[in-house]
Design a protein around this ligand. Structure first.
Ligand SMILES: [Fe+2]
Ligand SMILES: [Fe+2]
Length: 163
């Protein structure tokens, strides 16, 4: 069954959001590296790659449903933060907005009785639970690291994130 225009637009919009997410994390990675927090930077780079993966998953789904890919302009990330905690807090809020966006598309799919899109997006619902949990846990741990030493221990741990 060919995808409707409405779902196609929503999914193309989600591709844009995932690419923007990659941009945000790339920007955060650069910021951390400038502060010599290379473990945080590595973690953010891995996250950016994951976001590209999300975009490509939706991209393939649109094509599989005989839809048209429409790539829009990617917004410029803010790129200015005043502390590691501020960066991670931004990441957490960002993931919450991505979750909201996924849930909105599911509502559209339900209204249109588009079962395939509905089921396809369930993977993203689970993924967002994980993303929010990761960001929230990281935020707690950054807040716990009150000294430079604490931050460096956390940095070392984050450097071990698998690609
Ligand atoms: Fe994502
Ligand atoms: Fe993830």
């Amino acid at each position: 069954m060919k995808i409707s225009k409405k779902i196609q637009d929503a999914l193309n919009g989600q591709i844009n959001k995932e690419l923007y997410s990659a941009y945000v994390y790339m920007s955060m990675a650069a910021n951390f590296e400038q502060e010599s927090l290379t473990g945080f930077s590595h973690w953010m780079r891995v996250q950016a790659k994951e976001e590209l993966g999300h975009a490509m998953k939706i991209y393939q789904f649109i094509l599989d449903r005989d839809g048209i890919i429409e790539l829009e302009q990617i917004s410029k990330p803010n790129g200015k933060w005043n502390s590691p905690a501020h960066i991670i807090e931004t990441a957490y809020k960002h993931e919450q907005s991505v979750t909201q966006s996924i849930h909105n598309i599911i509502k559209i799919a339900e209204a249109e009785h588009d079962k395939a899109t509905d089921v396809f997006l369930h993977w993203f619902v689970d993924e967002q639970v994980e993303e929010e949990a990761n960001a929230s846990e990281l935020l707690d741990r950054v807040k716990l690291a009150k000294t430079g030493e604490g931050l460096l221990i956390l940095d070392k741990q984050l450097s071990e994130r698998k690609d």
